[in-house]
Design a binder for this molecule. Structure first.
Ligand SMILES: Cc1cc2nc3c(=O)[nH]c(=O)nc-3n(C[C@H](O)[C@H](O)[C@H](O)COP(=O)(O)OP(=O)(O)OC[C@H]3O[C@@H](n4cnc5c(N)ncnc54)[C@H](O)[C@@H]3O)c2cc1C
Length: 388
């Protein structure tokens, strides 16, 4: 076993808020098997390997993460925008993650696109009532989570100043400052390249595993990050279908994730590098992974065209479908079904937004068998059910 690194201890964030970045020293185990090399599995494998642990990472698919929700996601990091569908605990995790992501990305072997230019929320005149309802929910969130920057109300001139390409098409909008996004595929590739460079990591592709395949002994851990693939052992998990379209649109010059309020087809457009835009996403209570429907495709593309006519000449690169791994309360959770086995799941539509918080909680739990961060985020840790 390689020696563990010294403690990193308490650090101060860019916002001056003192918090404990979990020190992954003195892990009470020397080796770990991680099931699932999607978002959480790759992040955790890297953190444990960097702490000196021997890591075996298994995935049912290949290195491009083709079977992972993480590959399809838009990877928006928008805690206030998401508070329309998420409780304050998840919003707090999202806010925490916005300052943790640059630290995590800075440790990777390849650059990853990351920005914090805020989220722009727009609506057409006929949807003003729906927008007013949303604005009330967001205002309530800012009261409950005061560390969030307050949203700004925009008029047509304000929108045009932020996004000149939109001109005066919209007369009202909201800016949710400092919200972010990253490039999910660059992140997955950079994590892969970094993991491949470490001598204490072994990667096993096209190697589906079940928890029953492992009997961890003293000094070993098994960590289940299989997303929806964990369903056989975590029956409460369900998939929530999402359809997403990637286009190449050289005529569109949006600089930040833009959401369109609509009573039936809420839409986001997330601009990635090189004029690639991720347009999404449907949310359907179904585990159907079949290709996108004509209805969803028409709705997403026509809503995007209504935001910016430059999408008319965009080229469709991909229309993808995936399911978000979701628990009955739509909240993330840890479980420890038997000694030395931990499960992390239920990241739903917020995986990227909360992954650094989930990672830090996991590291605390693995090191200390308890987590102050988990309490702060009101997260179920599964400790109560752990076998002796
Ligand atoms: C359409 C869509 C849009 C999204 N947009 C956003 C967004 O904008 N912002 C955001 O924060 N989140 C978003 N998400 C959510 C995010 O993608 C997920 O929450 C996140 O990917 C979950 O991470 P995970 O590691 O738990 O699971 P996954 O990323 O799904 O990874 C699970 C891995 O386990 C592997 N696996 C499965 N079974 C087995 C097995 N038996 N053995 C070994 N390996 C196995 C799979 O191959 C996969 O690689 C979106 C999701 C979807 C579907």
């Amino acid at each position: 076993m390689s020696p563990a690194r010294p403690s990193e201890g308490a650090r101060t964030t860019a916002e001056g808020e003192a918090r404990l970045v979990p020190a992954v020293n003195a892990l009470p185990f020397a080796s770990a098997a991680i099931l699932g090399a999607g978002l959480m599995g790759r992040l955790l494998a890297l953190a444990l390997a960097r702490a000196g642990c021997r890591v075996e990472l298994f995935d049912a698919g290949g290195p491009q993460a083709d079977g992972a929700a993480a590959r399809v996601a838009a990877a928006m990091l928008a805690p206030l925008a998401e508070s329309a569908v998420a409780p304050p605990s998840v919003v707090r995790m999202g806010h925490y993650a916005l300052t943790r992501w640059p630290e995590l990305l800075g440790e990777l072997a390849q650059p990853v696109f990351f920005q914090r230019e805020g989220t722009l929320v727009l609506w057409h005149r006929q949807d003003a009532a729906e927008a007013a309802r949303l604005a009330r929910v967001l205002a309530c969130t800012v009261e409950q989570v005061p560390e969030l920057p307050a949203m700004r109300t925009l008029d047509a001139a304000g929108i045009a100043t932020l996004e000149p390409a939109l001109g005066r098409r919209f007369v009202q909008g909201l800016l949710l400052p400092e919200e972010g996004q990253l490039d999910n595929r660059e992140l997955l590739s950079a994590l892969l390249a970094t993991l491949e460079s470490l001598p204490n990591v072994r990667l096993h592709w096209h190697a589906p595993r079940s928890l029953d395949d492992f009997r961890p002994r003293e000094g070993e851990r098994v960590i289940d990050c299989r997303g929806l693939g964990a369903q056989p052992q975590w029956s409460a998990l369900r998939g929530v279908r999402g359809e997403v379209i990637r286009v190449h649109a050289p005529e569109v010059a949006l600089t930040r994730p833009t959401r369109l309020v609509h009573p039936r087809y809420p839409l986001y457009i997330a601009p990635k590098p090189n004029h690639v835009f991720v347009i999404g996403a449907t949310e359907i209570e179904s585990e159907d992974m079949s290709p996108a429907s004509v209805r969803s495709t028409l709705e997403l593309l026509s809503a995007a065209y209504a935001v910016h006519s430059g999408f008319a000449e965009a080229r469709i690169i991909e229309i993808a479908t995936q399911c978000r791994p979701t628990l009955p309360d739509n909240l993330p959770a840890f479980r420890q079904p038997r000694a030395r086995v931990m499960q992390i799941n239920g990241l739903y539509r917020h995986g990227f937004m909360i992954a650094p918080a989930m990672l830090d909680v996991a590291l605390e739990l693995l090191r200390d068998n308890g987590s102050a961060l988990a309490e702060r985020f009101a997260l179920a840790t599964g400790l109560e059910s752990i076998a002796p």
